[in-house]
Design a binder for this molecule. Structure first.
Ligand code: O2Y
Ligand code: MN
Length: 588
C-alpha cells in the first residue's frame, strides 16, 4: 500500500532532503518484511538468533553501554511559553531547539537508510486510536516498533488522505553521544525528535513520547486522559466482569499486577483476571457517560530481571517466541536469554556487555533495565476485548506507591475530587535498582511525573474538569500499598497473587457491597471486610497493614506542601482544599 496522504509525503520528502539518507524505505508491517528485517539485523551483528526450539523467532541484542535507559535530563518539552511546560519538565524554546536539532541532524543519515514507519497507537478502526510516523535510521527501532505498535499498512488505513492529524517523529542514532542526546517534544506542532539514543523510551517513539507526553496534551485539548496505567479485567464467580486501571511508579510490580494469577482458592471459585494493557491507558468518555480505556500499544516492553515463573508466569509464557531481548545476558550453551532472578546461573554466560560472566563476577550479568519486547497477543491472560475499538468500561482507578510506612494496604477516596488529590499526592520510595539510594521518597503524581507533556498544575486541573463532566459516572478511586514493612523491615503483605484480595474489596466497594470504615484517609476496610481466607497473615500484621499513624502523616503532609509549592500558582485550589481537609480530619 502506498501512502497517498499529501501531508505525509511532503513532510517525508522534506525530512529526507535535510537528513540526506542514501535510501528511503517505507515499512509495510508485513510478516515477510519483518523476517527480512530480522535477517538483516542478524547479518549486521545487531541480533543474535536464539535457540529456535526454545525461543522461536526471537533474538538477543545489546545496546551501547552509555545508552541503557530513558534519559529524563535530556528530555525536553518545547513550547513557546516556558510556563506551558511547567516546573516539572525541562523546557526549551521551540525555535532554539529546532535550530539546535537542525544543525546537529543535518545530513545525519548520509550513507544510511531512512525507514518510514507509519504506526497506529490503539486498536485498528478505533475512533480513539491515533496515527504517528517515525522516520528512523535504526532497523533495530523498526523491529521493536513492529512489536510495540500496529505499523505499516494498518496505520495508513487509519489515516484519511486529507488528514494532517498525525504525529511527525524523526529519530536518528547519530553517534550516541550522551552529551548531545535529545528527546524533544513539540506539543504545539505534534512533533517528536530523538537523536543520539537507540534505546527504549528514547527511541521507540510510540510509547512514552507519543502515547504519554504528546497524547497527554492532545487529551487535555480534546477532553480525554492519556495515563501511565495498566488495564485489567476481573471476573467474579457470578460471571460479572469489571475493568480497572492502575498507576504505579517504577519498581512497584506493575507488570506483575497486569498479569496477576489469583490464589488457587479464588481460581477454584471462578475468579478470573485478564490483561488489557501493562503500561498505558487512553481513557475516553463513552456514549453512556462512563470512561472507556484502550491500550494504545500492541506489545510489552518489560523489565527482564526479576521476571520468573515464580513472579510472573504469564509474562514468561508471553516471551517464549517472537521476542527481542535487549541487554539481558545470554546462556551460551543453550542460546537462551538469562537474567538475575530467573533461576540458577547457567554454566557459560555472556553478559550484556558481551563479556564472559560467572557468579563470582562483580557486575550483574543482565543490565537491571534489560528488557523483553514481546507481542501482547501472546500473553496467556490477554483479555478478549483488548483490541475492542470502543475500549473497555472502567469501574475503578487504583493508584499505588512503595511505602514502608504511612500508607495503609488500601483505601478508597471519598469522591472524584478527593481521588484526584490522592493521585496528585502519590509518592514512592526508591529501590537500589532505580537509583542506588534506598528508601528516598519521590513524589510522582499519577505516576506521570516524567510524562506530563504540559504544566503539571494544568494536568491536575484537567483531571478535576473531567470529573465535573461525568459526575457520578466516574470510576471509584483507590490507593494501594503492597510494600508496608514491620519493625524488622520485612514486608507485611504477601503481594503477587494475594493482591487479588485487595482487588476483590475494590470491586466490592464499586458494587456497593463491601464494608468499610470511614477514616481520615477516606474509606478503609476493617480486617473483617477483606477476604483473608487462606492467607498466611497474623492478626497483628493485618492491624499494622491497615493502621494510619499520625506521626507518619505529619511528615507526609509536610512533604505534600513542599511539592505543591513547587507546582506553584497553577496548583488547583481544590487540591489545597483536599489537603487542608485531610489535615483537619487527621487532627494535625
Ligand atoms: O528505560 C526505558 O527506556 C524503558 S521505560 C519504560 C518501559 C516500559 C514501561 N514503562 C517504562 C517507564 O519508564 O515507565
Ligand atoms: Mn511505564
Amino acid at each position: 500500500m502506498t501512502c497517498s496522504n499529501p501531508f505525509v509525503v511532503k513532510w517525508v520528502e522534506e525530512t529526507a532532503a535535510r537528513l540526506k539518507p542514501t535510501n528511503v524505505v517505507w515499512v509495510n508491517g508485513s510478516d515477510e518484511e519483518y523476517r527480512s528485517i530480522c535477517d538483516q539485523l542478524v547479518s549486521d551483528g545487531t541480533f543474535t538468533p536464539l535457540n529456535p526450539k526454545k525461543f522461536p523467532n526471537s533474538y538477543w541484542a545489546v545496546s551501547d553501554p552509555s545508552d541503557v535507559a530513558r534519559v529524563e535530563d535530556r528530555t525536553f518539552i518545547c513550547t513557546r511559553s516556558q510556563d506551558d511546560a511547567g516546573p516539572t519538565n525541562n523546557w526549551a524554546d521551540p525555535r532554539e531547539m529546532f535550530k539546535t536539532l537542525n544543525s546537529l541532524m543535518e545530513g545525519c543519515m548520509q550513507g544510511r537508510t531512512m525507514y518510514v514507519v507509519p504506526y497506529l497507537m490503539g486498536p485498528d478502526g478505533s475512533p480513539f486510536s491515533r496515527v504517528g510516523f517515525e522516520l528512523t535510521d535504526s532497523l533495530y527501532v523498526v523491529a521493536n516498533m513492529r512489536i510495540m505498535a500496529r505499523i505499516g499498512d494498518t496505520a495508513l488505513r487509519n489515516l484519511k488522505d486529507d488528514s494532517n492529524d498525525f504525529v511527525r517523529g524523526v529519530h536518528s542514532i547519530g553517534d550516541l553521544d550522551p552529551e548531545h542526546r535529545y528527546i524533544c517534544h513539540f506539543p504545539e506542532q505534534n512533533i517528536i525528535a530523538s537523536f543520539n539514543s537507540n534505546y527504549g523510551g528514547n527511541a521507540l517513539q510510540g510509547k512514552k513520547c507519543f502515547a504519554l507526553r504528546i497524547a497527554s496534551t492532545l487529551a487535555r485539548r480534546q477532553g480525554w486522559l492519556a495515563e501511565h496505567m495498566l488495564i485489567l479485567g476481573i471476573t467474579n464467580p457470578k460471571g460479572e466482569k469489571h475493568y480497572v486501571c492502575a498507576a504505579f511508579p517504577s519498581a512497584c510490580g506493575k507488570t506483575n499486577l497486569a498479569m496477576l494469577i489469583p490464589p488457587q482458592s479464588y481460581l477454584e471459585q471462578g475468579w478470573k483476571v485478564e490483561t488489557v494493557g501493562d503500561d498505558i491507558a487512553w481513557l475516553n468518555f463513552g456514549s453512556d457517560g462512563r470512561l472507556y480505556a484502550i491500550n494504545p500499544e500492541a506489545g510489552f516492553f518489560g523489565v527482564a530481571p526479576g521476571t520468573s515463573y515464580k513472579t510472573n508466569p504469564n509474562a514468561m509464557d508471553t516471551i517464549k517466541s517472537n521476542t527481542i531481548f535487549t541487554n539481558t545476558a545470554l546462556d551460551l550453551d543453550e542460546m537462551v536469554p538469562w537474567w538475575e532472578g530467573l533461576g540458577e546461573p547457567p554454566k557459560r554466560v555472556r553478559d550484556w556487555m558481551k563479556h564472559d560472566w560467572t557468579p563470582a563476577s562483580k557486575t550483574k550479568a543482565a543490565h537491571p533495565n534489560s528488557r523483553f519486547t514481546a507481542p501482547a497477543r501472546q500473553c496467556p491472560s490477554i483479555d478478549a476485548n483488548w483490541e475492542s475499538p470502543g475500549g473497555v468500561p472502567i469501574s475503578a482507578i487504583i493508584f499505588g506507591g512503595r511505602r514502608a510506612h504511612t500508607t495503609p494496604l488500601v483505601y478508597q477516596a471519598r469522591d472524584w475530587q478527593h481521588g484526584t488529590f490522592v493521585g496528585v499526592t502519590m509518592a514512592s520510595e526508591t529501590t537500589a535498582a532505580a537509583t542506588g539510594k534506598v528508601g528516598e521518597l519521590r513524589r510522582d503524581p499519577m505516576a506521570m511525573l516524567p510524562f506530563i507533556g504540559y504544566h503539571a498544575g494544568d494536568y491536575f486541573q484537567h483531571w478535576l474538569d473531567m470529573g465535573k463532566r461525568a459526575g457520578a459516572k466516574m470510576p471509584g478511586v483507590f490507593h494501594v500499598n503492597w510494600f508496608r514493612t514491620d519493625d524488622a523491615g520485612k514486608f507485611l503483605w504477601p503481594g503477587f497473587g494475594d493482591n487479588m484480595r485487595v482487588l476483590e474489596w475494590v470491586l466490592g466497594r464499586v458494587a456497593g457491597k463491601a464494608g468499610a470504615a470511614e477514616t481520615p484517609l477516606g474509606f478503609q476496610p476493617r480486617a473483617e471486610d477483606l477476604n483473608l481466607q487462606g492467607a498466611t497473615l497474623s492478626a497483628a500484621a493485618v492491624e499494622e497493614l491497615l493502621a494510619v499513624k499520625k506521626a507518619d502523616w505529619e511528615e507526609e503532609l509536610e512533604s505534600q506542601e513542599k511539592f505543591f509549592n513547587k507546582i506553584g500558582a497553577k496548583l488547583p485550589k481544590e487540591i489545597w482544599t483536599e489537603h487542608r481537609a485531610l489535615r483537619q480530619r487527621l487532627g494535625l
